[in-house]
Design a protein around this ligand. Sequence first.
Ligand code: MG
Length: 326
Amino acid sequence: MGQIVLQLPLDTIQQMKVNYSRTEKPAPPGAIFSAKTPSCSITAYKSGKVLFQGKAPETEANKWGTASAPPKGPKPGVKDHKHPAPKGPAGLKPSVNDHRYAPAPTLFSSSHIGSDEAGTGDFFGPITVASVYVDKSQFALLKELGVKDSKLLKDDAIQRIAKDLMHVELPYSLLVMRNERYNQLQQRGWSQGKMKTMMHHHAIQNLLAKIAPTQPEGILIDQFQLPSTYIKHLATEDERLQQNVSFMTKAESHSLAVAAASIISRASFVREMDKLSKQAGFTIPKGASAAVDQAAGRLIRTHGRQALPVFTKMHFANSAKAEKFV
Ligand code: MG
């Protein structure tokens, strides 16, 4: 189990509290709030320290601040925000409120691209990323079809809406990174953040080519890490941010294009999980719970350890926990 501690300003912590309101749990004394997501639990203290603890704490921590290397010793690393290291090519200071990349309020009502992903906190199955272009003339139709934040929808509703969307002329690009590729890149030193960055980047690139010569009025990515980190990852692969890209946490509740992207990526993830279940001969559970550990144990018993790289994100703590079910 890993942990990351960030020192964050109180307004960021207030924003986090709103952001995690759906997963909030009772806070310990001295804490402002506590929440539990599929990848980690989060506790924010009045001192401004925020503790992310669990199998993949970086999944959430990277959205709010930059952690130094994951602390190995007993003392968690505390980010020094008084003397932050220069970030990215333009010396960007890490802040979740980096307005340079915040969307203009007019974006949500204009023809734009939205990009979102699924599968990142799940031990089994791929990461999927969808970028979708929605023309403003289609907003009413998408609302009519029930397009909204996929986290508010059950998987069967998501499948139904995703199917309906296929009958709408909705240009999109969908990328699936299956587990073998994921594990290869992970072993090569790629963080999950870098994989997601490159997937969003390429999905947007594909989509821009598809809709050319039409130009979107903007591109909105559901923020999963600091924009400066996203740009830094691109630079390591000699790529640059496209024009007019903005980032926002919980973008799927503001932008119909991001909401459509969240549905298409989630529907693809669910289809991939169905395929894996068929291949395994039993239902492969989503998420990263104890039921997932048991299923991983069963997978090892029935298909051997060599099945793990094909079915799972091997670096998750679930791999070790599965052993007690073998
Ligand atoms: Mg998202």
